[in-house]
Design a protein around this ligand. Structure first.
Ligand SMILES: [Cu+2]
Length: 136
């Protein structure tokens, strides 16, 4: 009797282990598919820009300056593990033209520039992060 219970118990345990493995494999596959669907941005926020230093090489936003034609849009993608924003103007003088709000890692923001001009932008969380869109 005891042997029977042990056999049944072992069988159930093995079965549960297999089910667990299969489920976790599916889960990993699903997640890796998801990470392949990341949007390609025109401008990216690379890793580690949440610490000062990127401004020295103009790599807080990459590229830090982008030139487009009027009516075209620019898409920014946050490829860092920290929150960032894309906000028009300067840290001490925002212009209220556009503001992405806090972008989660791998979240994107798109804005269409209708009129010619030079548009500076910054990150509300990291004052040293500056970029520029030139529309001409
Ligand atoms: Cu930032």
């Amino acid at each position: 009797m005891l042997k029977k219970i042990t056999v049944i118990g072992t069988t159930v345990l093995v079965f549960l282990l297999i089910v667990g493995l299969v489920v976790s494999t599916f889960y990993v596959e699903e997640n890796s598919e998801e990470s392949e669907q990341i949007i390609k941005g025109d401008v990216i926020m690379p890793t580690k820009v949440s610490r000062p230093g990127c401004e020295e090489t103009n790599r807080c936003y990459v590229p830090s300056s982008i030139t487009i034609n009027p009516g075209k849009q620019v898409t920014w993608v946050n490829e860092d593990s920290a929150f960032h924003s894309v906000t028009s103007g300067f840290y001490d003088a925002p212009t209220n033209l556009f503001d992405s709000g806090y972008l989660d890692p791998f979240e994107s923001f798109t804005f269409t520039f209708e009129e010619s001009g030079t548009y500076d932008y910054f990150c509300t969380l990291h004052p040293w992060m500056n970029g520029q869109v030139i529309v001409e």
